[in-house]
Structure formats: C-alpha cells, structure tokens
Design a binder for this molecule. Structure first.
Ligand SMILES: NC(=O)c1ccc[n+]([C@@H]2O[C@H](COP(=O)([O-])OP(=O)(O)OC[C@H]3O[C@@H](n4cnc5c(N)ncnc54)[C@H](OP(=O)(O)O)[C@@H]3O)[C@@H](O)[C@H]2O)c1
Length: 355
C-alpha cells in the first residue's frame, strides 16, 4: 500500500501536522500531571496553622495533615472544639483558641505559633474559618448583617494573613485561602458572596505581591458540602428572624406564601447540591500544601467543576435566567406582569377601536 492510499484510509493518524498537534497536546497533559504530582520534602519539619478547626473542613484537614506527619497547629473557636480535636488526633497536634474577629485573640495565637515554629517559620497558613448567616434576599438585610459575615470571612482573614506573613516569609511558605463558588458567582444576598469575592481578590493581590519572596498563594473554591455553614436549621432560623422584622409593605410585596416557598426551594437546592464527602475539599487544601507546584485555584466538588464555575463564565443574562429558576417569584413581580399585560391589552383595544 503506497503512502497516498494509506493516508486516504487513515487521515488523522498519517497526516504529519495532525500527529504533531495531537502529540504536543498529549505531552503537555502528561507533563502537567507529572508536575502536579511532584511533592515537597521534609513534611515532618514543617508547621501548618489552620483556622476554624472546631468542625467541618478545618477539623478534617487538621486530622488529615496530622496523619501525614505535618506539625499541625489547629485553632478552634471554642474549648469544646479544642478538646474534641485533641482527642481525635495525635499528641503532636497542638490547638489554640482563636476568634478571627478579635485582634487580641489573633495576637495571642500568633505568639503561640511563633513559639512553636521557632526559627523555621511557618510553612502553611490555611484561612478556613467562616460563617454564612445572615444569608438571603438582599432587601431583607441591614448593614449589621453584612458586617457579621464580612468581619469573619474577609476582615478576619486579612488581619490573620498580615500578622502571620513575617513567619510565612521566613519559611518561604504558603497561604491557602478558602473562598467559595459563591466568590465567583453571586447568587445569595448578604455578606457571604461579598466576603468570598473579597477573599478571591485579596488572594490574587497577595499572590502577585508575594511571588518575589517565594510565597505561594492558593484559593479553594468548594461547591456545596454538608457542614456547619450549610446547616439548613441554622440558615432557616436566621431567615425567619429576617422575615419577621420586615415592614408589612416589604413583606406584602413578596406575598404571604413567599417565605415557605423560599425555604422549600432552598432546601431542594441544598439537598440536590450538597455532598457529604468533605475530603474532596481537604484533599485540595492538602495538595496546596504538599505539591511542589501548588495550583492557584482549586474547584472542589462536582457541582463546582461542572455547574457553578462554568456558569460564572456565561453571559450574565443566561446566569440570571438559570438562577431565577432556583427560587420562587415574589407576588409583586406577578402583579407587575399582570399590570403590564393589562395595559398592553388596553392599548391594543384603544388602537383597534380608536373611537
Ligand atoms: N460547606 C460548604 O458548602 C462550603 C462551601 C464553600 C466554602 N465554604 C467555606 O469553608 C470554610 C469552612 O466552613 P465549613 O463548611 O467547614 O463549615 P463549618 O463546619 O461551620 O466550619 C467553619 C468553622 O469556622 C469557625 N468559626 C466561625 N466563626 C469564627 C470566628 N469568628 N473565629 C474563628 N472561627 C470561627 C466555626 O466555629 P463554630 O462551629 O464553633 O461556629 C467552624 O468551626 C468557610 O470559610 C466556608 O465559608 C464552605
């Protein structure tokens, strides 16, 4: 079989340009996987400080890193959180109390960590502590509701990072900031999305500014997982508080049925999206700490990778349409549509029968 006949049977395999392109793509993917799999050495000599370890991602991460051999310093908001974590981990893991909204508490935790790490500095800072409530329709919020979330998720994270930066610089270490898909696509009112957009932008600036000092900054963008921040009991209780304090006019514009419909829609979405396998998130955090070349962004969970993050790239009118389908419609919106429909109807009548 001569070359011409062969190429007509196997155009993709035999065509040299296509072969080179496919070969290059395959080699790039292979190289990326090899690079992504490279690990740092001397984990046993490295210290990692994690915030918000009472429950959820922080709690699992602290235990996971402890098993890996890191020197973990886990900060908890409560005494009980500290005791429970100590009971579930090796004696090597240290705990410290920390409220990320309290500068004095941050200072005490810093002193503790400084003593623990000595001259080696801090290899990893994982800013994980966070809260979600108050979260709900924007119009139901007051300024204080925004502050409650921003203080923990954004201002607390910034203050801790700035105070711990000299220790991280010493170790040419890493900062791992927990954002969210809600930091890429805003689909709930209140401080949560704002705070996570803030975490994204703070992390981007930090990464660009600190690259000269060998510090790497990674952002974790989890989808929905069953933890304290997605607890429907907590979110619904707080929504009830917001609903109850609305003025009668605002409440009427939503309609009497709205609150119940909102809770049902929210519960349906949460039950559809929330995964109980939180190791998908902690594995990303661990990779950011042990990989020789940590990634800048980690989308964690199938909903993040295949729904929320792609949706954040589509034109806003498509995202608005999709997100609208997830929540009920306030009564006032239907009244306005009826009003518009009636006025068009009247206009037609006038035009058809002008006399
Ligand atoms: N679960 C999800 O679907 C999801 C998705 C995207 C991003 N995230 C983010 O992931 C991080 C961890 O949340 P999680 O899902 O693991 O929920 P979680 O179980 O509620 O963990 C959050 C932790 O932060 C602690 N915390 C709250 N306020 C604090 C403060 N002022 N100072 C120090 N610690 C404080 C909480 O302590 P208490 O329990 O004692 O209040 C809790 O241990 C948060 O930043 C959250 O926004 C979660």
């Amino acid at each position: 079989m001569d070359g011409e006949t062969y190429s007509s049977y196997h155009p993709f395999v035999s065509h040299p340009v296509v072969t080179v392109i496919l070969g290059t793509i395959f080699s790039c993917i292979l190289l990326w996987f090899i690079r992504d799999g490279l690990r740092v050495e001397g984990i046993e000599q490295k210290h990692v400080f994690v915030t918000g370890c009472d429950t959820g991602f922080g709690n699992l991460l602290a235990r996971q890193l402890d098993q890996r051999g890191f020197n973990v310093i886990a900060s908890c908001l409560t005494d009980k959180g500290e005791q429970d974590l100590q009971a579930a981990s090796s004696p090597k893991l240290k705990t410290v109390l920390l409220n990320v909204t309290d500068s004095q508490s941050i200072e005490k935790a810093l002193q503790f960590v400084q003593t623990e790490v000595g001259d080696k500095g801090l290899w990893g800072l994982v800013n994980n502590a966070g809260r979600a409530t108050p979260i709900g329709p924007t119009e139901w919020m007051e300024k204080e509701d925004f502050n409650k979330v921003l203080d923990v998720n954004l201002i607390g994270l910034i203050e801790i990072t700035l105070r711990f930066l000299p220790l991280i610089k010493k170790a040419r270490g890493r900062v791992v900031n927990v954002a969210s898909v809600m930091g890429r696509l805003a689909f709930a009112g209140g401080g949560y999305c704002l705070s996570k957009w803030g975490v994204e932008s703070f992390s981007d600036s930090l990464r660009r500014d600190m690259q000269y000092f060998g510090i790497k900054v990674s952002i974790i963008e989890p989808g929905f997982f069953k933890t304290g921040v997605t607890s429907l009991a907590v979110i619904e209780k707080d929504l009830q508080r917001l609903w109850d304090r609305l003025s009668p006019e605002v409440r009427d514009s939503y309609g009497v049925q709205y609150f119940d419909k909102y809770l049902k829609a929210q519960s349906l979405s949460m039950n559809t999206f929330c995964s109980s396998d939180i190791s998908k998130v902690t594995n990303c955090m661990e990779h950011a700490l042990i990989a020789k070349y940590p990634r800048t962004r980690y989308g964690a969970g199938w909903d993040a990778k295949f729904f929320w993050l792609p949706l954040s790239y589509v034109p806003s009118f498509i995202a608005d349409f999709m997100l609208r389908a997830l929540l009920p419609t306030p009564d006032a919106s239907r009244q306005q549509i009826n009003l518009a429909f009636n006025s068009t109807d009247n206009l037609n009548k006038i035009q058809v029968n002008p006399h």
